[in-house]
Design a protein around this ligand. Structure first.
Ligand code: PGA
Length: 255
């Protein structure tokens, strides 16, 4: 991540549903990125269009995949390899998103994906997040296990390319009122850094970029970053709405 910049990752998921709409959204997103002063924007676009847009050699935005294989080539129908992404000008990949975990992806599989992508030179946006919060703090154990198990094979040398996206599943795809409160996010971001420091040592652990995701909107973005103590945001449905997404980046400029 560029120094002093906030990292905004737009996760388009399986949207929009036509090339024409995707191209329009892409042009609008580039325009928004050009106007933003404090933001580095990564667009995670569905595979049919990703490399078409990434080959336009655009300077204003970076590109990300929404998943990648653990292998670099071979008889794996439907899979896309990390090497294919780097070879197409794609610099980032989201791994372990809760919507993929819900399809059956385990920490073990995700840890293999994380390693393969890092070894290929991609920056990995590793998603973690609890399904719900209990009163006894068991969700903290859940988060700890997710982090430790998903990073099992990741050595220190890769940490500069690792980004942790904390996305509490209960806050995804909802209204702004249901997003996490900045004070709670602050506690959790400290907790995540503590786990990373336990694994990789204090100095390296606290340098890992942490993002928040889950119903981020133009109105809560600024507080989530500045009071939540995260270095950026993973934005889902609002990134499909250029007007709101533009407002979101503009509000971040005023931090
Ligand atoms: P949302 O999605 O912003 O629509 O909640 C975030 C995500 O799932 O990455």
């Amino acid at each position: 991540m560029k120094k002093n910049k906030v990292l905004i990752v737009a996760n388009w998921k399986m949207n929009p549903d036509t090339y024409a709409k995707a191209d329009k959204l892409f042009q609008e997103s580039v325009k928004i990125a050009r106007q933003a002063k404090k933001t580095e924007l990564v667009l995670c676009i569905p595979y049919p269009w990703l490399t078409d847009f990434s080959h336009k050699k655009n300077q204003a935005v970076s590109f990300g995949g929404q998943d990648a294989s653990i292998n670099q080539s071979g008889p794996l129908t439907g899979e896309v390899s990390p090497k294919m992404l780097t070879g197409s000008g794609v610099g980032y990949v989201i791994l372990g998103h809760s919507e993929r975990r819900a399809l059956g992806e385990t920490d073990e599989l995700i840890s293999q994906k994380v390693l393969a992508s890092l070894q290929s030179g991609l920056k990995v946006i590793l998603c973690i997040g609890e399904g719900f919060r209990d009163d006894h703090g068991e969700y903290l154990m859940f988060l700890r296990n997710q982090i430790v198990n998903s990073l099992k094979k990741v050595q220190k040398k890769y940490l500069k390319k690792l980004i942790i996206a904390y996305e509490p599943v209960w806050a995804i795809g909802k209204s702004e009122a249901e997003a996490m409160k900045p004070a709670d996010l602050h506690e959790t971001s400290i907790f995540i850094k503590k786990i990373l420091a336990e694994i990789y040592g204090q100095e390296l652990g606290i340098q890992v970029t942490i993002l928040y995701g889950g119903s981020v909107s133009p109105d809560n973005a600024k507080d989530l970053i500045s009071l939540g103590e995260v270095q950026g945001l993973l934005v889902g449905h609002i990134s499909l709405n250029s007007k709101k997404f533009g407002e979101l980046l503009k509000n971040i400029d005023s931090i």
